[in-house]
Design a protein around this ligand. Structure first.
Ligand code: GDP
Length: 317
């Protein structure tokens, strides 16, 4: 029960460690039975239809199987993200994994649609951020990772995130209020090569203070460019979040860029796997991850559902 005390900050690694384990007789057959069931699940999901509802969609509703190229690689149980109060049962046909992710859908995934979005304010310090107690999600990533594009895609507005790119606001904590009830927060991009070293360090200090002290932060969404191999600065960022037990979701961007570059370039899926392997040591259990593209809108609905389930759980506890 000690873990319950931390629920307001959603320490997911703890949830995963304390979830019900399958009975030994079943776990022996895990690879053969459960995995094969879970592996098939993502291909059955139509994210558009589950958005804003927690009700599982009966399998019979899915008429056409997706083309083989889109079939998601199998994810073993220990690499799934299982939200709190969610049990993955061996025989439960209602278990759903969000497409292009390792995230199991929970009963809290409701009210996911964005119907209204507005810029609220830019803050230079954590203490200056809005103080109405609404839950928030922070988007952060290397400059040029596609953060503004993703933010605009999430809120279905072409230029909302431009606010964060205006001179004077690029180094601020920018709050956007969604549906008058929660916030998306745009944090300064890091690793901008042209910035002086001194300035880069300041950004790090500034965002770290926010991560450590913002009590209404439900989860950081760390954006990683899946079209290129892992960068040291991204690995450092992810490991810092892991070591400091800041709840984190990895959002892989630009997953539409499927062309292999010369000199051993890899597909997004390979870069996604490599990145996770490289950070594994910093997390007790696998953090949630999700593949996205602002060009095709891949992952948009899935991110919103994931945010909804984290948010609704956070609000309840
Ligand atoms: P930011 O600096 O992180 O805010 O990045 P932007 O959103 O401004 O995007 C940087 C560049 O990447 C722009 O040229 C975008 O058009 C491009 N970009 C962003 N998202 C995607 C994506 O999902 N797919 C592709 N192919 N390009 C993208």
């Amino acid at each position: 029960m000690a873990v319950m005390a931390h629920f307001n900050k959603l320490h997911f690694s703890t949830f995963l460690l304390t979830r019900a384990q399958p009975p030994p007789s079943l776990s022996r057959h895990f690879n053969a039975t459960l995995c094969s069931k879970l592996y098939r699940l993502p291909t059955l999901i139509r994210p558009q239809s589950v958005l804003s509802t927690a009700e599982p969609i009966p399998v019979s509703q899915f008429v056409e199987p997706p083309p083989p190229a889109e079939t998601q690689a199998p994810i073993p149980l220990d690499k799934l993200f299982i939200p709190p109060e969610t049990e993955v049962s061996l025989d439960d046909p209602t278990t759903r994994v969000l497409k292009g992710s390792n995230i199991v859908l929970s009963k809290y995934a409701r009210d996911a649609q964005v119907v209204q979005a507005e810029f609220v304010k830019s803050s230079v310090k954590t203490e200056d951020c809005p103080s109405d107690g609404s839950p928030e999600f922070a988007l952060v990533g290397r400059s040029n990772v596609g953060k503004s594009s993703l933010l605009n895609s999430l809120v279905k507005r072409k230029k909302l995130a431009l606010t964060s790119k205006k001179p004077g606001k690029t180094q601020c904590i920018n709050h956007f209020r969604i549906n008058e009830s929660w916030f998306l927060v745009d944090l300064p991009g890091y690793g901008y090569a042209a910035a002086p070293q001194e300035c880069r360090t300041d950004w790090a200090k500034f965002t770290k203070d926010y991560f450590l002290n913002r009590s209404t932060l439900v989860s950081v969404f760390l954006l990683i460019d899946a079209s290129i191999p892992a960068k040291k600065i991204d690995l450092e960022y992810a490991s810092w979040l892991g070591q400091n037990q800041i709840p984190m979701t990895l959002v892989f961007t630009k997953c539409d860029k499927r062309k292999k570059k010369k000199n051993g370039g890899k597909h997004p899926e390979e870069n996604v796997n490599d990145f996770q392997e490289l950070i594994r040591g910093y997390f007790q259990t696998t953090p949630p991850w999700i593949m996205t593209s602002s060009v095709t809108n891949q992952g948009r609905d899935e991110i919103l559902l994931h945010m909804a389930q984290l948010r609704n759980y956070w609000l309840k506890h």
